[in-house]
Write a protein that binds this ligand. Sequence first.
Ligand code: ATP
Ligand code: MG
Length: 260
Amino acid sequence: MAARLNLREVTLHFGGVKVLEDVSFDVEPGVILGLVGPNGAGKTSLFNCISGHYRPTAGSITIDGTEVVGLAPSRLARLGLARTFQHPALHLDATVLDNVVLGGHTRLPGGPVSWSLRLPHTVRAEREIRAEALALLDRVRLRHAAELPADELSHGLHKGIELCRALLSKPALLLLDEPAAGLSHAEVEQLIATVRRIREEEDVTVVVVEHHMGLISALTDRVVVLDHGRKLMEGTAAQAQSDPRVIEAYLGKDAADDVA
Ligand SMILES: Nc1ncnc2c1ncn2[C@@H]1O[C@H](COP(=O)(O)OP(=O)(O)OP(=O)(O)O)[C@@H](O)[C@H]1O
Ligand SMILES: [Mg+2]
């Protein structure tokens, strides 16, 4: 089931550094929301607050009505949250397939003890998860690389591996941090097609951080624009791109005046 995400006045300070200030927005189940804004606006920090890697100084974050502030990333994973990172966090000496399979551990029955005993139901579940991992790699055209060490693949392909790992957990809420960064034009087109297919085939809510406005326009239902830790506006991608406040945040006041 796709998740509902609600943020209320999320604030994050590191000492005197105000990273996020009173950020509030809602994401309805099944929506693809774009989170955009200039470098340093606080987009990754906001993802870190949602995924439990940072604890906000103040404010509330709920997933399907459950308060998640203070929960550890592993608890959040079991609540159906999956994410990719701006800088892919892969085990480079492990194979591509093993990196993807890691995403399935939240779906294994039992716990570490029964996994190490290799009980029949664990072995069966593992086999199913490996088959699903291969199918996901096929979807992003990486099936042929499944048995290669991850470090033999390019940065762009690492992003694909991370996406498969996140999908393997069958998330209800998927956070993608700059999935198109470093990708070639053709790879971005393929990524757009992949995310569209995810939306059609999986029951999932997606929040995507991206500087690539073509991808944001092609994929998102709505966008939230952050600037200096504050929500600047919320609307469609087209509204954001023609909003003088957004143009000023990206390009400076002169550019905004030229448009107005
Ligand atoms: N752990 C931390 N300690 C101190 N400051 C931090 C920490 N994490 C983030 N920041 C600061 O928060 C601000 C926002 O950073 P963040 O990485 O969230 O921006 P961003 O919008 O993701 O930028 P980009 O588009 O470049 O990825 C920056 O000024 C950054 O230095
Ligand atoms: Mg970032």
